[in-house]
Design a protein around this ligand. Structure first.
Ligand SMILES: C[S@@+](CC[C@H](N)C(=O)[O-])C[C@H]1O[C@@H](n2cnc3c(N)ncnc32)[C@H](O)[C@@H]1O
Length: 393
């Protein structure tokens, strides 16, 4: 739940937002978040914030095992679709290309020849980094021509798409808008900005507040319509309250921050994803959804144990041959890969897969979302938040 949060507004972006609010009135939290994260000059994502030296880490930044195992899933998509050539792999929210480079490096020669990889990243510095890696880039998924055969991948994209804040009151649903208050920002109740927010608000307990993402199911619908045949693979934090996104929080220098209004542009703003809304968006003829399953289950199904065994062999060989640095390196790779399946960290993310015109039978089901591996109970209400050290969000 978000209280009437306030914060000092001392960035130039804050100044622009205050002037806009002064001129046009309060803005939705989605509009505020859009500016705070994606303003082309001062948005948080201008600075390529992902990585140990940045503000938070994601699976591809923690271990190459993530890209290597996802490559197996992508290769299976290719096989399930009958090895089409070209085979489009569209990664949305590709960031600095960490996932793209490991994934492409792990594909078989046959598949690499057939693959047309497009890295979609809305921020210019990220696109520049992707182009430097030699990748074909696009700014938004809408730039791509529909009718593709292949797959769409998105790791930790949806929890960063702008969401709305609403409250259920005795007099009906209201939206929590952002207004300027002195040199700060504060929430103020106003009318709903989109009629789709009404039914969602009615699901809240009386007088409760919550976050609703219209953008996440919209994104899934666009991804579905991009594909003539293929799969969509999504990994993200899952909301502990079905039917709601959240909890809403900020992220800066590997620490959670409660105040999401202060100094827009200086921190990440994120809310765990409502997978029920995604399942509803995928509920249409010709479309099949699998999952969500824990990332732990997904990566174990894709062979994380075998990946670890190979690294263990490298470690032991290096030790036996007195190559101490190589031994330490292999040990470190193994412990980093273990973080991907730790359910109190990244292993607690959820993976969902959507098939477009691929059939519904067991034969069409991707390995990563077949829940065959028993997992420990996920502790706490927010899956996937390590307590100390360089944090995943
Ligand atoms: C949390 S980061 C994840 C980056 C990367 N997928 C990873 O796992 O490290 C989210 C990324 O998605 C990008 N992004 C957000 N909305 C987008 C959109 N609609 N289209 C393309 N990229 C988007 C952001 O700029 C950012 O680089």
């Amino acid at each position: 739940m978000i209280a009437e949060a306030e914060g000092s507004a001392d960035t130039a972006l804050a100044d622009r937002l205050r002037r806009r609010i002064g001129r046009d009135g309060p803005i939705t939290f989605a509009t505020f978040m859009e500016a705070a994260l994606y303003d082309p000059e001062e948005g948080f994502y201008v600075g390529n914030p992902v990585g140990e030296r940045g503000h938070f880490v994601t699976s591809p930044h923690v271990s190459d095992a993530f890209g290597a195992l996802l490559a197996r899933q992508v290769e299976e998509f290719w096989e399930l679709l009958g090895r089409p050539d070209p085979f489009d792999v569209v990664e949305v929210g590709a960031g600095d290309g960490s996932l793209a480079s490991t994934l492409l490096g792990a594909l078989s020669d046959d598949m690499r020849r057939a693959t047309r990889y497009t890295a979609v990243e809305r921020m210019a510095p990220g696109r520049h980094a992707l182009a430097t890696l030699g990748l074909r880039t696009a700014t938004v998924i809408e730039e791509l021509p529909p009718g593709l055969t292949g797959c769409v991948l998105a790791n930790e994209l949806l929890d960063n798409l702008p969401f709305h804040m609403v409250r259920r009151t005795e007099r009906g649903p209201v939206e929590l808008l952002v207004t300027a208050k002195g040199s700060s920002f504060a929430f103020v109740a106003g009318p709903l900005s989109d009629e789709r927010l009404g039914p969602a608000t009615q699901r809240l307990p009386a007088n409760a507040e919550g976050a609703v993402s219209l953008a996440a199911p919209d994104f899934l619908e666009r991804a579905i319509s991009l594909l003539q045949r293929g799969y969509i693979w999504l990994a993200d934090y899952s909301s502990p309250t079905p039917g709601w996104a959240g909890p809403v929080h900020g992220y800066r220098r590997h620490r959670i921050e409660a105040d999401v209004l202060a100094q827009p542009g200086s921190r990440d703003i994120t809310a765990a994803v409502d997978f029920d809304a995604l399942l509803r968006a995928a509920d249409r003829p010709g479309v099949t959804a699998w999952g969500p399953v824990l990332q732990r289950e997904a990566l174990l199904s894709l062979g994380l144990r075998e990946w670890d065994e190979a690294a263990r062999q490298r470690q032991f060989e290096a030790t036996a041959n007195r190559r101490g640095v190589d031994s330490i390196r292999a040990y470190s790779e193994r412990s980093r890969a273990a973080q991907l399946i730790d359910v109190s960290g990244l292993g607690g993310l959820r993976v969902m897969c959507v098939g477009v015109d691929v059939g519904v039978g067991v034969d069409a089901a991707p390995t990563s979302v077949r829940p065959t591996v028993p997992s420990p109970r996920v502790p706490g209400s927010t899956p996937g938040r390590p307590r100390e050290g360089p944090e995943a969000r």
